[in-house]
Design a protein around this ligand. Sequence first.
Ligand SMILES: [Zn+2]
Length: 443
Amino acid sequence: VTDYWCELAWLGGDDVAAGAVVTVDGDHITAVEVDIASPPAGATRLVGVTLPGIANAHSHAFQRALRATTHSGPDSFWTWRTQMYDLAARLEPDTYRALARATFAEMVCAGITTVGEFHYLHHAPDGTPYADPNVMASALTDAAADAGVRLTLLDTCYLRGGVDTPVAGAQQRFADADADAWVARVDALADGPMRRVGAAIHSVRAVDPASAARVATWAHARGAPLHAHVSEQPAENAASVAAYGRTPTAVLADAGALDGCFTAVHAIHLDDDDVARLGGAGSTCCICPTTERDLADGVAPAARLRAAGAALALGSDSHAVIDPLEEARAVELDERLLSGVRGHHHAADLLRAATAAGQRALGWSDGGVLQPGAPADLVTIALDTVRLAGTPRAHLLDGVVFAASGCDVRHVVVAGRVVVRDGRHVTIDVPRALGDAIAAVRP
Ligand SMILES: [Zn+2]
């Protein structure tokens, strides 16, 4: 049993508590007491403001290797995708494991305690299954364990290049033969203390409606989270309407995908009916603002989605940057730019998206809160930094969300284990691991 004395702690409301003692037994919180002025004997001091564990609800770990190489130039989402496919074609289990390990370690340093990996690099580059058909999933699982982060493996069904187009090139390694083959492969993946297995429908472009229904049925039977890319680009909507006479959200709704365990990733180019469907189902929408701005995708109607009943979560997606606080404030700030109005989301709303809502969307439904029974995942943000020094106590959450960065994360505890101490990962030299892993996959 370990006591953590938090100078300040966010317990889920609109303010922070002072002198919170969080008692941890093994990997769970067993008690939270507040107004304890000085640390009890033997307690570990967490100086700053301590948050519950942050969830990165949408990640493609391998895309970290593209950072800085694709941002300039007059290209589009679709030319970016060509560069991404070139990288995807070069990865093998060993290089994938090393790259994911370093990327996940970067995430923990930024306060992320659970990552949802939207995993479609299943097969060998020519599309044939590896001898162990889940060797790439094992690489991700090992990587997350090394980095000390919880993993939700969102194994992704991907069957075709387009409505009437077979997979080609790098897409071959994403594809199972059909939805039954996807089920057979994913059925072999088990949950563990630090891993949940979930499902993903890559998109309505890459999965036909009947196969989407098959994946949704599997997820519901297993009680697993189900994610899908939804309406990231206008061309995706146009193709869906041309093929099915319906938007991607409507296709997924008709396939039985939408419910409280469903997460629509991006959810940008939605019509009013789509917003009502996602909200009415109590689904989550995972907004990935730093990637969406990098790819010129657009701005998700996050305030309308929340008003309709949807939850919000956050993801760093392509890892153009990995900074969950930047993602959180962008949800509000991007809507301000579009609407000319401020105040769509309060800091506490955005922190809930980053923590409890994101954890729930990844199947850790008791996570993202500091209360008895919750996983012992703690993220302490230093207040004596250039970004936060001088922040008045009454505006602390605003300071954290609107001014802090991942660089201000000083300590991270995951499942009761200290993973980041004084701003450094305790077992991995993260810059070096990133440099080596990226160099190994560069053409
Ligand atoms: Zn994605």
